[in-house]
Design a protein around this ligand. Structure first.
Ligand SMILES: NC(=O)c1ccc[n+]([C@@H]2O[C@H](COP(=O)([O-])OP(=O)(O)OC[C@H]3O[C@@H](n4cnc5c(N)ncnc54)[C@H](OP(=O)(O)O)[C@@H]3O)[C@@H](O)[C@H]2O)c1
Length: 313
């Protein structure tokens, strides 16, 4: 694997604490990273390197149902040897010069920028990475990883995507939604297309309807301020449920590579004919009592709708 520097914008975020820092630990433990990789964690919190290590240590030892192993101090020390904290405010352009200096000092030609921060900062970060030369690929490659949500509706998503694709090539961009990468979802394809008995029967002659249900056995937890502004449809509708629907109903891709699967997924999504009169939205009792929910909020926590698929099968 090429050596690289991973810049995590938002290393102090909730996401970094529950997923990214534990994942870095596991990658080090498994020996999956190149010998001289570097991680630069960015946040506004004022930590010196010692305080940052204490934060990482505490994070790794906080009960986390995504990460339940005992922490091995030798692995932790190995991780620390690759971690640097940069306390900057990315609304200030001079912060990018500090980041650039650090990357130059680390002498890693390849750079991955992982945005685990407020989505409202994305646009200015894309622009500033470009204008300060941080996105250039003079000596190596550059990748950009961004967390959902990308915009808050169709127009804002398009606007942000236009900005993103103005500065970065499609093969440099990774739009992340952890759920979409889950093994169970990926297995739908293996189950369908590796199954010579079931697959030929997946037609309207044999199937009346398919019901896709996302039943969660946990609440919104500490995500109240995010959730209340988005609601169930934006949180899991256009992404998780449509992904399940697409994988369950799309035609067999030419091969199992990303381009072929995406092509079939787009084709099936374009053939959906939703029935707006079937839409039901609601709010579970008790939602208004959750942390960070606006008084009297009408945000939906439940939805269902029907869609037809207009294709030959
Ligand atoms: N949390 C989840 O479970 C989850 C799940 C799926 C997707 N996501 C996505 O992941 C991203 C992060 O969400 P989150 O809820 O984890 O965020 P969060 O806890 O609110 O953290 C935001 C992070 O951004 C940093 N930050 C904010 N403004 C900054 C600035 N001007 N300059 C530099 N750093 C700045 C903060 O640093 P300081 O704290 O030091 O100020 C903090 O590290 C979002 O796109 C979210 O939609 C989160």
């Amino acid at each position: 694997m090429d050596n690289f520097s991973l810049v995590i914008v938002g290393i102090t975020s909730n996401l970094a604490q529950i997923k990214l820092i534990p994942t870095l630990y596991d990658l080090v433990a498994g020996g999956y990273l190149p010998k001289d990789f570097q991680v630069i964690g960015i946040g506004r919190t004022t930590y010196n390197q010692g305080q940052f290590r204490d934060f990482v240590s505490k994070t790794l030892r906080t009960p986390n149902h995504h990460h339940t192993h005992v922490i091995d101090e030798r692995i932790e020390q190995e991780l620390f040897a690759h971690l640097t904290y940069l306390s900057v405010d990315l609304t200030d352009l001079s912060s990018y010069a500090k980041l650039k200096d650090l990357l130059v000092r680390q002498q890693t030609p390849n750079h991955v920028f992982y945005l685990a921060t407020f989505p409202s900062l994305y646009g200015s970060i894309f622009e500033n990475l470009k204008s300060t030369g941080l996105a250039d690929e003079k000596a190596g490659w550059t990748r950009l990883l961004i967390e959902k949500p990308i915009g808050s509706d169709r127009d804002s998503a398009r606007e942000l995507n236009d900005l993103l694709t103005k500065y970065f090539r499609e093969d440099q961009i990774f739009r992340l939604d952890h759920y979409l990468g889950k093994e169970t979802l990926q297995n739908i394809l293996t189950f369908r297309f590796g199954n010579g008995i079931l697959e030929p029967l997946m037609t309207s002659d044999h199937i009346d309807h398919i019901e896709v249900t996302a039943a969660e056995d946990f609440g919104i937890g500490s995500r109240g301020s995010y959730y209340d502004q988005n609601g169930a449809i934006k949180d899991v509708g256009q992404n998780h449920l449509l992904q399940m629907l697409a994988l369950a109903t799309m035609d067999k891709p030419k091969s199992m590579d990303n381009d072929s699967i995406t092509k079939e997924r787009v084709k099936i999504l374009k053939s959906l004919v939703p029935d707006p009169s079937s839409l039901v939205i609601g709010q579970y009792e008790g939602y208004l009592g959750e942390k960070d929910i606006a008084p009297g909020s009408t945000t939906e926590t439940y939805f269902s709708f029907k869609t037809m698929i207009d294709n030959d099968r």
